[in-house]
Write a protein that binds this ligand. Structure first.
Ligand code: G6P
Length: 373
């Protein structure tokens, strides 16, 4: 009913606008007075965390892309390998699991059967399992050794939105906590990132307040497109995958998300006149040349007639050069940028579906949680 939707026209719209709160609430209560991370609730000894030498994230769908973001952040901060595996593939390939492996099962519902079976397998092999879950007391947290709850609140729309940003936030907390107990980063450095993380809800809010019109404009112009390409690099890569999935799920459009560096190894063959290409551009402030590489990717597709929708940092001097539409991201650290970059893509999928007259909350053929293998 309209009351349940709190005045919004759909649950999805309501839930996208709850992205800032989902991040903020997931951070709440996870620090002591000195500003260090306390994860007492997870009930795994610090000694055990200290001994972890590998992480394997198991998840499905949107949750698996949160895992991919976690890989970039945790490997950088903690210097241990992080693998991300689709839960349904994991169990059937004889994965290498030891007591020093931490398996992280990410699931909004906590009831996804593929993920549940994967974690059971990991525990049978003697690894510890930590669940990142949005649903208190669900099967996945119940069967895990530990749980770090996301506090996104109930997610009703089938396509996941606020739960995704909350999962990423929880994964950052886990990574920074590991860095804290393992001593792989200076305390000041961890505190600085935590402060930047605490500033993210406001930045997401800014995107919602200021970028929705441009998103809507892009959707209107691309309403008749039959397919979309999404590309990103580094942490922009999982964002591209998630943007592509959202559009697939609710607007029923063929999409492919891929790493921008792969463009020349295949996908560019798909680009001709009018093909919409969505590109996540990394900050130009970094030391590396990723920004320029992604910009030249945009130039390549533009030269072949693509319609380009570009997500770029405010003030990026190159963003507008080959862009038909620019969606701005506020300045933030690269590793945290998925929290803001996914927001316009969530809005975009919703706008496309609405313009086509589809039910954005209940897309055809999909279930909110898939409780069969
Ligand atoms: C279903 C939903 C997706 C979701 C996936 C994983 O396929 O339609 O939106 O990402 O399951 O769900 P989970 O509850 O485990 O996060």
């Amino acid at each position: 009913s309209a009351t349940e939707k709190g005045g919004w026209d759909s649950f999805m719209n309501k839930e996208i606008h709850e992205d800032p709160a989902a991040v903020g609430n997931t951070l709440l209560g996870r620090f002591n007075t000195s500003g260090d991370i306390v994860l007492d609730e997870v009930r795994i000894d610090e000694d055990v965390f200290r001994s972890i030498d590998k992480i394997i994230v198991v998840a499905c769908g949107t949750a698996s892309y949160a895992g991919l973001v976690a890989k970039y952040a945790i490997e950088h901060w903690v210097r241990i390998p992080v693998e991300v595996e689709l839960a349904h593939e994991f169990r059937y390939r004889d994965p290498i699991l030891t007591p020093r492996t931490l398996v992280v099962a990410i699931s909004q519902s906590g009831e996804t059967m593929d993920t549940l079976m994967a974690l059971r397998h990991a525990r049978e092999q003697g690894s510890r399992v930590l669940a990142i879950c949005n649903t208190q007391g669900a099967s996945i947290p119940r069967e895990s050794d530990a749980v770090l709850y996301t506090h996104a609140g109930p997610e009703i729309a089938v396509a996941s939105t606020k739960a995704f940003v909350a999962q990423i936030t929880a994964a950052y907390l886990l990574g920074l906590y590991l860095a804290q107990v393992k001593g792989t980063m200076y305390r000041d450095e961890i505190h600085q990132i935590l402060d930047q993380l605490k500033a993210m809800p406001e930045k997401i809010e800014w995107v919602l307040q200021t970028q929705s019109d441009s998103v809507h404009e892009a959707a209107k112009r691309m309403i008749d497109a039959h397919s979309f390409l999404f590309l990103g690099r580094h942490v922009g890569y999982p964002v591209a995958l998630e943007g592509a999935l959202k559009l697939k799920e609710i607007a029923y459009t063929f999409t492919e998300g891929f790493a921008a560096g792969e463009l020349k190894h295949g996908p560019i063959a798909l680009v001709d006149e009018g093909e919409p290409v969505v590109v996540i551009v990394p900050s130009a402030r970094g030391r590396d040349s990723l920004h320029n590489k992604v910009i030249s990717g945009i130039e390549e597709v533009k030269a072949r007639g693509a319609f380009t929708i570009v997500v770029a940092e405010e003030g990026d001097p190159d963003a507008e050069r080959y862009a038909d539409v620019v969606l701005w991201r506020p300045v933030c650290p690269t590793l945290l940028s998925p929290l803001v970059d996914v927001v316009p893509l969530q809005l975009f999928a919703m706008d496309m579906a609405m313009l086509k007259g589809y039910d954005v909350d209940k897309p055809r053929n999909l279930a909110k949680s898939v409780t069969v293998e």
